[in-house]
Design a protein around this ligand. Structure first.
Ligand code: SF4
Length: 317
């Protein structure tokens, strides 16, 4: 009898960006445009793009947006565009996952109807960063971000969050942030994955720091595995851990998911994704099997509306 190798998952994903404009100014950002400087994606543009995707292959549509200020007169229009893009993706048979920054409770509640899961990076909880990289980023108030995780739990939205490592925080800050995620998950049981994302400098940012030391990542994963409940998967972005040996070392330490793999990493545009076949070969060398997953883990299917459940069932086969 042959024993199948242990698996590492990834999602076949494509990212749609409703707008790059963002009223925050995180100094490590390589994504944002100034408000008013990034035309919003129209539904017909999105439809054209989505119809060209290889059907039966791409499953997840990640709707990733810069933020329009909650008090801006354009906020409602921005939100409706995101909602409609999710609806469009669903109508074409894809499974949407939205990460659009800080949302109101009512906005989250509506998006739950057209998303199989949602996400928001907690990044780091230390308020010290409000004096540095987040000085001009009101959405990065730690209590505001924690509140998003609480609302997601109350609304029963399967959720992805994570830490951004190497933006000026201390080692103790990592463990505090992980403990906070762990505690909320024990209350609501809603966190699917925690991403450990090493800061990787890009061309657009003003934050003048080097990349997070990849040799430390393995240690963070090991400790994160101790802090987080076993039903939360640890995700690492393989394009930011480019040394193959270190990628395998991170997996051996407890990372079991490689996130969405698509044509472009919109958050780190200077670091192209390693594509599926190349990743599969690397993993095989380490004795791992690369396996596609949906943007919702099966234990959360019961939280979905009947319509979303049906959409997911099409993919589960
Ligand atoms: S990191 Fe996110 S919140 Fe910060 S400026 Fe960039 S897009 Fe906006």
């Amino acid at each position: 009898m042959s024993i199948s190798p242990p698996s590492v998952t990834f999602s076949r994903a494509y990212t749609i960006v409703p707008t790059y404009e963002c009223f925050n100014g995180c100094t490590y950002c390589n994504f944002r445009s100034e408000p008013g400087q990034s035309p919003w994606m129209t539904l017909s543009e999105a439809e054209r793009v989505l119809l060209q995707l290889p059907s039966q292959k791409v499953c997840e549509i990640l709707i990733l947006s810069g933020e329009v200020h909650p008090r801006s007169p354009l906020r409602q229009q921005w939100f409706e565009r995101i909602y409609d893009l999710c609806g469009l993706a669903l109508s074409l048979g894809f499974l949407p996952h939205t990460n659009a920054g800080i949302l109101s409770l009512a906005e989250m509640q509506r998006l739950k109807n057209v998303n199989v899961s949602m996400g928001l990076m907690l990044e780091q909880l230390t308020p010290a960063l409000l004096n540095t990289v987040h000085r001009h980023a009101p959405s990065k108030l730690p209590e505001t971000r924690l509140q998003q995780l609480i609302w997601a739990g109350e609304l029963q939205i399967p959720f992805t969050t994570g830490l951004l490592l190497g933006i000026g925080e201390t080692e103790d800050d990592w463990w505090e942030t992980l403990k906070a995620i762990s505690e909320l998950h024990q209350r609501y049981h809603h966190i699917q994955e925690v991403i450990l994302q090493p800061h990787s400098p890009g061309n657009q940012q003003s934050f003048d720091w080097g990349a997070f030391d990849p040799y430390q990542l393995r240690r963070v994963i090991t400790k994160a595995r101790e802090i987080l409940p076993p039903d939360i998967t640890i995700q690492i972005p393989p394009n930011l851990v480019q040394d193959e040996e270190w990628l395998l070392a991170c997996i051996a330490a407890g990372a079991r998911d490689l996130g969405g793999i698509g044509p472009k990493d919109e958050v780190n545009p200077d670091y192209p994704h390693i594509q599926e076949e190349a990743l599969r070969k690397v993993l095989r060398c380490g004795g791992w099997e690369l396996v596609p997953r949906l943007p919702i883990y099966p234990q959360f299917d019961d939280w979905l509306s009947d319509d979303l459940k049906m959409a997911v069932e099409q993919w589960r086969g």
